[in-house]
Design a protein around this ligand. Sequence first.
Ligand SMILES: Nc1ncnc2c1ncn2[C@@H]1O[C@H](COP(=O)(O)OP(=O)(O)OP(=O)(O)O)[C@@H](O)[C@H]1O
Ligand SMILES: [Mg+2]
Length: 330
Amino acid sequence: MTVKLNLKDITKKFGSKVVLNRLNLEVNEGEFMVILGPSGMGKTTMLRTIVGIEQPNSGRIIVDGVDVTDRPPNKRNLSMVFQNYALYPNMNVYKNIAFPLKMAHVSRQTIDSKVKEVAKLLNIDQAINQNVTTLSGGQKQRVALARALVRDPALFLLDEPLSNLDARVRYTARQELKKIQKDLGKSFVYVTHDQSEAQNLADRVAVLHNGTIEQIGPYEELYNYPVSEWLGDFLGEFPMNFVDGDNLGYPGTHIGFRHNWARLSGDGIPATVVLVEITDDGYNTHCAIDNEKQIIVKAEKKLSLGDKVKIMPQKMNIYEEGKLTKTVSA
Ligand SMILES: Nc1ncnc2c1ncn2[C@@H]1O[C@H](COP(=O)(O)OP(=O)(O)OP(=O)(O)O)[C@@H](O)[C@H]1O
Ligand SMILES: [Mg+2]
């Protein structure tokens, strides 16, 4: 498999603040890589460093096998969609999209057909002659996306490109984007803090935490077997449940399990039902196992508040000092 992007030991500081800390990442040819992380974790900084707007304090950036660390942004063969769009305000939609091609001295005819094709694809062809300052946030975002997609770089970098679309449009745009990426066959590095985007778009997800990649892999793998308690807590609609291993014969550890991994009958950890939420396929039953600790178990039967239950995970992730050591089945 060809590696399109290789980040080697990238460190980036602002003053004494370390944002990227010896970060390593490989993105394969044709791969949809989603970088997921909480706000302020350095996702934008990472993309800006790859594209060359920021210089790393140390480390190397390899694009298509070529070390581009010391090259200016326009000599890196990358195309980026910025979080804040960065459109040219005194130009209309057409000229904004055409701009990178014009810079590359592409023929006028080719520019024209390319711009129209991409504008149509992203459903902004109606607004093609409008000045970009008159567009809505969602339209601006699609122009920014079009301006990136009109080019043919080694790799696309996208910084939360759908965040300003409303829910329904975002859903459609997400499907479109996934299809565009597969049709182009190009590698995407797509930054988001939205877990459902990560879940639905990514071939692999890389979670950014404390300046490095906490874990990388298919979403399901990270969701089921997070390498750290931090990640188990961060990923998913609900945080992973964590209990002291003492409860289940694994002293000195923490046991992590997802809400649909446990039964509420037979043996197990004594608990009291404190909240019941109805879902499409069962009841998310919130249980208190001592005064403050609450865990969530999906139950088939509707229980009542105050019911006494016993929680028995059928599958358990064992964490020692916050790190996953093994997974066991009951
Ligand atoms: N030019 C800069 N000078 C100083 N600090 C900066 C600069 N750019 C970013 N930072 C800091 O680096 C950290 C990471 O910021 P960054 O914008 O990369 O996060 P992010 O993950 O993209 O966040 P968000 O999800 O909100 O977009 C923040 O603490 C931010 O304040
Ligand atoms: Mg950002």
